[in-house]
Design a protein around this ligand. Structure first.
Ligand code: HMG
Ligand code: MG
Length: 312
């Protein structure tokens, strides 16, 4: 798997990470429309949903129905689904999913809170799910969550993250997604973390997943890029947060990362005005103000033909 160093591959996780935690029920049609708008904006990869227990995450109960629509309408889109175990994998396969993501947290307590198993069992379940997914011919991602700090156990030892990333790589994950679940990382740590991780996993197969709790997600994304990473997760409008990780805000906003990439000579194929339409749609559906750090400037910049020239 080789990659152009001048290209950034963004997976928009808003439909899963962003919507899993919403207080109001979001109809399947609205999820589909958000995915359509992302696709129309040029986003080539989305995490569309999760096949998890509907008791644990009621918002994702319509995973199969949503995926069937996505495949029918947008056959060219890379649309992955998070699966916590073999049951989730089987449900995903039955719905025609071609890419799945498993989630392994780096601490005992975070695994227990998130998927009701300890670290050892979670590692085994992720490995067996990855192996089974590969036998089915699916593309696979493996998250290593709380890779910087755990809301229950404090700072995560970089060696633990390395060991788990290597285990997921050995189990055949095509992509290892290093996740800053509660958004507590800072660029210096990110750079050293990823420089170490590159020794365990080929950098082409590493991805970074930041949450913007402290406003540093874009800076952290840039540090990962400086360490050679070219795959980033983001969520349009910065929608999101993990229901089982107290204090976690939404993801790095897709529009912030695209703006950063454009200004830095990295191609994304994603249109900023297209993303603004997706943000506006999500705001209307969810009844809340959304948008990353750059949203006010972007709205002025792309407000229409009368918009002020983009100088500052
Ligand atoms: P459990 O209760 O321990 O599971 O939950 P169980 O195996 O004892 O089964 C209990 C019931 O759930 C049974 O049904 C199973 O069939 C069913 P019953 O007999 O009671 O009718 N079940 C399932 N149903 C649907 N789909 C499944 C499934 N598995 C079992 N896949 C379980 C364990 C893992 C299922 C549960 O804890 C769960 O679903 N957790 C998911 C939590 C989640 O979605 N968290 C958010 C995603 S992770 C995240 O956001 C972080 C990330 O963004 C990266 C970052 O930022 O760090 C990825
Ligand atoms: Mg997340």
């Amino acid at each position: 798997m080789s990659m152009n160093p001048d290209t950034l591959i963004i997976t928009d996780v808003a439909p899963r990470d962003g919507l899993q935690n919403q207080q109001v029920a979001v109809p399947t049609e609205a999820k589909l429309e958000l995915i359509r708008l992302l696709h129309a904006a040029g986003v080539a990869s989305v995490e569309a949903t999760s096949f998890v227990s509907p008791k644990a995450v009621p918002q994702m109960a319509d995973a199969a129905e949503l995926m069937e629509h996505v495949h029918r309408e947008l056959p060219g889109l890379r649309a992955s689904a998070l699966v916590p175990n073999l049951k989730g994998l089987q449900r995903a396969q039955a719905a025609g999913v071609r890419e799945v993501a498993v989630v392994l947290s780096a601490t005992e307590t975070m695994n227990l809170k998130n998927i009701n198993m300890g670290l050892a069992q979670a590692t085994e379940v992720c490995e067996e799910t990855l192996l089974a997914a590969r036998k089915m011919g699916l593309r696979t991602r493996a998250y290593v969550a709380v890779a910087f700090d755990c809301p229950f156990e404090g700072p995560t030892a970089p060696d633990t993250v390395l060991r788990l990333a290597a285990a997921m790589h050995r189990a055949g994950a095509d992509e290892i997604v290093i996740a800053d679940t509660i958004g507590s990382a800072a660029p210096g740590r990110v750079k050293t973390h990823f420089e170490a991780l590159r020794q365990a996993v080929p950098v082409d197969q590493l991805a970074a997943h930041f949450h913007d709790t402290r406003g540093l997600a874009a800076a952290n994304a840039w540090a990962a890029i400086e360490a050679g990473v070219r795959r980033l997760d983001a969520s349009v409008g910065g929608i999101g947060g993990c229901p089982f990780a107290p204090g976690a805000a939404g993801n790095a906003a897709t529009e912030d990362l695209v703006l950063m990439a454009e200004g830095s000579g990295l191609a994304t194929q994603i249109s900023l005005p297209g993303l603004l339409q997706a943000v506006a749609y999500a705001e209307a559906r969810l009844g809340m103000n959304l948008g990353g750090r750059s949203i006010k400037w972007l709205r002025r910049r792309y407000a229409g033909p009368e918009a002020a020239p983009a100088r500052t």
